[in-house]
Design a protein around this ligand. Structure first.
Ligand SMILES: Nc1nc2c(ncn2[C@@H]2O[C@H](COP(=O)(O)OP(=O)(O)OP(=O)(O)O)[C@@H](O)[C@H]2O)c(=O)[nH]1
Ligand SMILES: [Zn+2]
Length: 357
């Protein structure tokens, strides 16, 4: 008896699903003359990537500028095996989602953290009194990527029941449309409850010490990620996971390990800001003036809602802060584009002058 072996089966552990089968068929149809293999980017190096292929892991060279967009962790790529010097990536499959942030260097280019993420787990230490503004920022980042956010309220064992209920209420009120799940490392049932809400490729985001590595280990079922007060001795400060990796989780998830996001900028959030602050945005449509700043205008529905206790002033402030940041980012991007246009224009002018000199 013969059973059909699907050549992409080994990739299921790395997130291959029916949707990717379809996307892959379209990708191949566009390149009928090539023999291609699908592969997922597990780790990105300068000029090369580690990928997982149906034949196992492999390192492929990616010459600078060879692939646009450059592959990022989580991308699916097409590998050609026809070349003289081993596997070569010929293209990146259209992405389902992209998790990105404004670059740490302050330059205006977005910094891509991971591609094709389905679920973003925002880890918040229940005991940490994390400013909720920070949570909203992580949520906005998640919504903006196209992935579904879920909040894990970690270390819930550090609070008594009454305290936990209070924190849960507070976080649930601010995480509009997002499941908030309390977890603790000594309670497997709490981890299972979280896991039930995850699907596909999963990223853990959260402040340093929020318990991401602990949670990752619990999900994977082994101690793969360094936990806790490990500090590097190179003087650079904290020890965190430095390479992003895809780790298959038993039961069909793929975990992307991201280093602690220390300076988390908000790139162009677009609609994501409105989704994160759906409660405020829903009310704001009832303001008398369409450009209401919700500070002192008559007929401001947002201020009325704050007065009536629908949400608090802090939430509005947080919304405004992220809005300002977004506007700043957009202006930086505009400035950069304008500078590029000027440079292009100078080239044109110079070429013109040279021709007529
Ligand atoms: N009491 C308690 N402590 C926890 C729990 N989860 C994590 N911790 C502790 O919190 C500390 C930080 O946990 P990590 O998992 O390293 O946090 P992290 O978010 O990965 O931190 P970075 O790697 O710096 O980003 C460690 O000392 C953990 O032992 C929990 O459920 N309960
Ligand atoms: Zn208003």
């Amino acid at each position: 008896m013969q059973t059909e072996v699907n050549p992409t089966d080994p990739l299921v552990r790395f997130g291959w699903d029916d949707d990717w089968t379809r996307r892959w068929a379209a990708f191949q149809d566009a390149r009928p003359e090539q023999h291609l293999l699908p592969a997922r980017v597990v780790r990105v190096h300068r000029g090369a990537c580690d990928v997982e292929t149906p034949l196992g892991p492999q390192r492929v060279e990616i010459p600078a500028g060879h692939l646009v967009p450059g592959p990022t962790t989580g991308d699916w790529v097409g590998l050609s095996l026809d070349g003289p010097d081993g596997a070569r990536a010929v293209g990146v499959l259209p992405r389902r989602t992209v998790l990105a942030r404004a670059s740490v260097t302050g330059r205006s280019a977005e910094h891509q953290l991971a591609a094709n993420v389905d679920t973003v787990v925002v880890a918040i230490g229940a005991e940490s009194r994390t400013t909720l503004g920070r949570v909203e920022r992580f949520l906005a980042l998640a919504w903006n990527s196209g992935a579904q956010p879920v909040v894990a309220l970690t270390k819930s064992d550090l609070l008594d029941d009454a305290e936990l209920d209070e924190v849960l209420d507070r976080v649930r009120a601010d995480a509009v449309g997002v499941q908030v799940v309390p977890v603790r490392h000594d309670d497997p049932a709490s981890v299972a409850a979280l896991r039930d809400r995850l699907r596909g490729t999963v990223v853990l985001l959260g402040s340093s010490g929020a318990g991401k590595s602990t949670l990752a280990n619990l999900l994977v079922g082994e101690d793969r990620f360094a936990v806790g007060d490990v500090r590097s001795v190179d003087g650079k400060g904290r020890h965190t996971t430095v390479t992003r990796e895809l780790v298959p989780v038993p039961g069909g998830l793929v975990l992307v390990d991201t280093p602690g996001l220390r300076s988390l900028g908000v790139a162009e959030l677009g609609d994501a800001l409105g989704t994160t602050f759906a409660d405020v945005a829903d009310v704001a449509v009832d303001c008398r003036f369409s450009d209401c700043s919700h500070t002192s205008e008559p007929g401001c529905a947002v201020l009325s809602a704050i007065g009536a206790g629908v949400f608090d002033q802090r939430r509005l402030d947080s919304f405004r802060k992220l809005e300002r940041e977004q506007a700043w980012f957009a202006s930086r991007t505009d400035a950069r584009l304008a500078a590029e246009r000027r440079r292009e224009w100078k080239k044109v002018v110079r070429a013109h002058r040279d021709r007529h000199a």
